[in-house]
Design a protein around this ligand. Structure first.
Ligand SMILES: Cc1ncc(COP(=O)(O)O)c(C=O)c1O
Length: 414
């Protein structure tokens, strides 16, 4: 079998799904982050974007990005450690540290690189990483790259985490890593429980707050703020690709840890630094989040409104306090049919891999005019053939993380 034979077999599977209108990846949505976007020429409600606060089109944010291009050009064209660090980068790192209540912060070029590059630089051979089974793929990759021993604990299960911590060498360096808000289920990590165990078993903590930043806490500072635990997490990370309306990520920590990351994290050292417009976008978003608290209120009002409406319609929802709303359908074929019908009616939805659940992560600029509930949601079903597992799942499983694509009881609309 040649290297490319698998692509041919895969292509046949995808073509078969396409022919049955069962393939929903990589569809062109114009524009992708808008509350109402065009799909196949039709106007569709988009409740699947992570543009939680709708800041991609906020006038102050747009103006800041344009001004940065005027002032600094379109790209930094070098690694941060060589010629790619400008005043804006340094300003953003200080600003993020302030926002998250850490001594310092480091900005990475993508969120994925942030998690992967932080875990892999901090933990190494001989160390032990304790990772929630539903953690994001970027953490899974970080665990693999680090060469540390891995202990995967059951989702948000503190008893299992404690059992695993208790069973390990007391002398070993330990890192407990978790999503703040789980991107697939919308659940919030039990940070108080994790912190208690970390203190008891002398472990460090890392939280990927991609979906908590700008969403949770009284002022949108994220999951630690939600629990009144600001400053208590050793490594607090996030992405810019959700509430912060662009692309990139950050890790906040003690100054000496951040300095270590700047010079040792390969995804930071060996890649080009974020363009000035990206950095200016995030700076402006942070100002807007602080200056316009109504946006956060509106996000949660919309989420509450949608949850209530869905429940009133008889849907079974997973209980979340976040704007990620998994709708339990329980039957794969039915899920697809629903997804297809929603699309036919001008709603857009996303069923996640072998269709199990419909999750709605929406927010932002949606006006609550009633059409939300009638129109559906999401980026569109991400169906893949039963036989085929996306690489991320293979890898996740190989490491003992859960393959969420196997969950056949839920339909995910995000
Ligand atoms: C929990 C979580 N962590 C990390 C990432 C990766 O971030 P990015 O897409 O900004 O690279 C994502 C994005 O999908 C995510 O949901």
């Amino acid at each position: 079998m040649s290297l490319f034979d698998k692509s041919r077999a895969f292509h046949a599977q995808v073509a078969e799904l396409r022919s049955r209108n069962r393939f929903f990846y990589l569809r062109q949505l114009d524009p992708p982050a808008a509350p109402v976007a065009r799909l196949h020429g039709r106007r569709m409600l988009n409740l699947g974007s992570n543009n939680y606060l709708g800041l991609t089109t906020h006038p102050k944010v747009v103006e800041a990005a344009i001004q940065a291009i005027r002032d600094y050009g379109t790209g930094a064209c070098s690694s941060r450690i060589l010629a790619g660090t400008g005043a804006l980068h340094n300003r953003l790192e200080r600003r993020l540290a302030e926002f998250k209540g850490t001594e310092d912060a480091i900005v990475f070029t993508t969120g994925f690189m942030t998690m992967m590059g932080t875990v892999a630089a901090i933990a190494g051979e001989g160390d032990i990483i304790f990772s929630d089974e539903l953690n994001h793929a970027s953490i899974v990759e970080g665990c693999r790259l680090s060469r540390a021993a891995k202990r995967i604990y059951r989702h948000n299960d503190m008893a299992d985490l404690e059992e695993q911590l208790a069973g390990c060498d007391v002398e070993a360096n330990k890192l407990i890593v978790t999503d703040g808000v789980f991107s697939m289920r919308g659940a919030v990590a039990n940070l108080p429980g994790i912190k208690r165990l970390a203190d008891r078993y002398n472990a460090k903590t890392m939280v990927d707050d991609a979906h908590g930043t700008g969403v949770l806490g009284a002022t949108g500072r994220g999951t630690p703020e939600h629990y009144h635990m600001e400053g208590q997490i050793d490594l607090i990370c996030g992405t810019f690709s959700k509430s912060l309306a662009t692309v990139g990520g950050f890790t906040g920590a003690k100054a000496e840890v951040v300095e270590f990351l700047r010079l040792n994290s390969r995804p930071f050292v060996f890649t080009a630094s974020p363009p000035p417009s990206v950095v200016a976008t995030v700076l402006a978003c942070l100002d807007v989040i602080e200056g316009e608290p109504d946006l956060l209120r509106k996000l949660h009002d919309n989420a509450t409104f949608l949850k209530k409406g869905l429940k009133d319609l008889g849907f079974s929802l997973e209980d979340t306090i976040t704007p990620i709303i998994p709708v339990r359908i329980g039957d794969a074929e039915k899920t697809f049919r629903m997804a297809g019908e929603l699309q036919g009616r001008g709603g857009d939805r996303e069923s996640d891999r072998p269709p199990c659940r419909l999750e709605r992560g929406y927010a932002d600029a949606h006006q609550r005019d009633g059409h939300v509930l009638h129109g559906g949601a999401g980026r569109g079903p991400r169906q893949v053939p039963d036989r085929w597992q996306a690489p991320r799942h293979d890898l996740a499983e190989a490491d003992g993380h859960e393959d969420v694509s196997r969950d056949r009881e839920l339909l995910l609309v995000q």
